[in-house]
Structures are given as structure tokens and as C-alpha cells.
Design a protein. Structure first.
Length: 101
């Protein structure tokens, strides 16, 4: 199945502690149905000091379920993503505006 949300897409969070916040997808885990959004769903990770790094408490973005994310269209509103054929090529488009993504 084709991915509705991909790395680099601008998305808005629909539910959870970061509801309404926008960010860019940095990583997608299709098997788990999750994605990491830059600067959202932050958690503190404790790292051990080594010769190369300082160590301590490091904030890290954690994965969010894809069902809790919506694509942001050209107007800045949340939209669903659909697929259609254009010139024998499958393309993603925003359902609210009909624009190709």
C-alpha cells in the first residue's frame, strides 16, 4: 500500500499532548504505523557519558501514530490525502483543495 504521509511532509497533530502543533516528518516506520515529527512528542532520554559525548538528559522526539497526524495543505489547513492517476503515474493529492502534493 502506498504511503499517505512521507518524510518531509508538513503535518499537524490531531490528538494528544501536542494537539494542534505543526511540524515536519523526519522518519517514518511503516511496519509500526508511526512517524517521528521534528520537535513534537518530546521525551527525556538519559545518556551515559563517553569520550565523544557529554551525557546527561537529552530531549528526543518520539514516534506518533500516523492516524493522529494530518497533512497540512497549501492553505495551512489539515487535510486527508488521496491517490489518483495522472498521465499513467500515481500521485498524492490533498482532498480539500485537489492539489497534487
Amino acid at each position: 500500500m502506498a504511503a499517505k504521509l512521507k518524510k518531509g511532509d508538513k503535518v499537524v497533530v490531531l490528538t494528544g499532548k501536542d494537539r494542534g502543533k505543526e511540524g515536519e516528518i523526519t522518519q517514518v516506520f511503516p511496519a509500526a504505523g508511526k512517524a517521528v515529527v521534528e520537535g513534537l512528542n518530546m521525551a527525556i532520554r538519559h545518556t551515559k557519558q563517553s569520550q565523544t559525548s557529554q551525557g546527561g538528559r537529552v530531549p528526543q522526539a518520539m514516534p506518533i501514530a500516523l492516524s493522529n497526524l494530518a497533512f497540512v495543505d497549501a492553505n495551512g489547513k489539515a487535510t486527508r490525502v488521496g491517490f489518483r492517476m495522472e498521465d499513467d503515474k500515481k500521485v498524492r493529492y490533498a482532498k480539500t483543495t485537489g492539489d497534487v502534493i
